[in-house]
Design a protein around this ligand. Sequence first.
Ligand SMILES: Cc1cc2nc3c(=O)[nH]c(=O)nc-3n(C[C@H](O)[C@H](O)[C@H](O)COP(=O)(O)OP(=O)(O)OC[C@H]3O[C@@H](n4cnc5c(N)ncnc54)[C@H](O)[C@@H]3O)c2cc1C
Length: 422
Amino acid sequence: MSSDYLRTYAQSADANAFADAAPLTALQKELIAKVDARGVTWAERAFQHDREASFPTENFKDLKDMGFLGLCVPERFGGIGADYRTYMLVASRIGYYCGSTANTFNMHNANALWSADMVDKLDLTPEQRASHEHNRRVHYANMLAGKIYAQPFSEGSGAAAGRHPFGTLATRREGGWVLNGKKIFASLSGSADYYGVLCTEDVDNPSMANTLFVAVPATSPGLTIVGDWDPLGMRGTVSRTLLLKDIHISDEAALMPRGIYAQAASRFPHMFMTLTPTYMGIAQAAYDFAVAYLRADMDGVGVKRRMYPTKQIAIAEMYVKLQQAWALFHRATSEYKLDPSRSERMRALATQYTVMDYAADIASAAVKVCGGQAMLKTFALERLFRDSRCGALMLPWTAEICLDRLGKGLLYNEGEPRDDAV
Ligand SMILES: Cc1cc2nc3c(=O)[nH]c(=O)nc-3n(C[C@H](O)[C@H](O)[C@H](O)COP(=O)(O)OP(=O)(O)OC[C@H]3O[C@@H](n4cnc5c(N)ncnc54)[C@H](O)[C@@H]3O)c2cc1C
């Protein structure tokens, strides 16, 4: 089925919701135009990757050709030097065309974003700054050479939710570490060249302060990928399980200096919001699909359905939710900073919750309003519906955890003791 209608819809005022919110910089316009130039091809390939649960390797070749594997690599290291908000805008457009590509690209890109100016703004010793400068030069050179980085944190425990230290352990040895552990849902498994892993220093009574963030080469002896991959949605992410058994890595593998991850996590909370644009893009795509379908603006749809009042109301309701999500998205992505205020932190959580839940609501409404023929696998809609469902499950900010933190954060001031339940 042709995805050609996306060419015009992506350019429409609605799909460009972000262009209206704040003037785009020249760089943002240029990067989004580059995504638009390839996007329809990605949308067409998405049918096959979804059907086969296979990784969109060709899309990553495109991203490499576009220079996007260095999107958030600072310019002085040879990258494009996109800042946080620019990444979020560009990623939402990638998600518009292919959710799995955006979801996996987020994992690659976060490794660059988190090790760039974010670390520079944290409290580091001069020695830590020097070693970090050396290490990131190595990793950025890899990315610019076309190496793909993944970011498997999840372990199936409360660790990725920030409840307790990671179970994957790093034992100190001369000049590096030996890793042992397991990571579930490792998007890009089998396709990444490096896995950016969070693990805990093997010390007595470890805390979050003992978290290490290191890049493990995919070729490391002792690294295996196990389990099958046949999920509901986001099938192109190929997020299988990684087993790490006595893996030796050098100090150069560090993507952040020792002990700095915990500081980053508490002082830059917006770092955990970088999957939001994937699902913002999916929400916009589901809405645009519904409009195009009801107007019979797409191949394979010979009948217009837009004249029925019930359809008009349903589209209006979807539009209201979409605009609410975009509005929060724009505000929160503009509030990324070191030590944001309490209200900025709360708004970031509210944004993540809204986008992830509304994406699923909007896609579900689109299925209902378009009707039976539209959910055949020849159309993108049923995939958007399934992909949209995954956003709310993403740790560390699942929809449930967002509500949990919001509830506590809003009822208790910073440092206030918790009350006993009555
Ligand atoms: C398509 C897809 C791709 C993914 N890709 C990646 C990836 O590349 N990298 C990665 O790291 N992960 C990835 N994930 C995993 C994702 O981030 C979650 O870790 C995963 O969905 C959690 O599954 P679970 O069943 O263990 O979740 P849950 O059981 O819901 O949560 C895991 C743990 O978090 C704790 N927890 C849950 N809710 C709360 C709460 N309200 N308060 C406090 N603690 C709570 C619990 O201890 C629980 O055991 C991916 C997931 C999907 C669906």
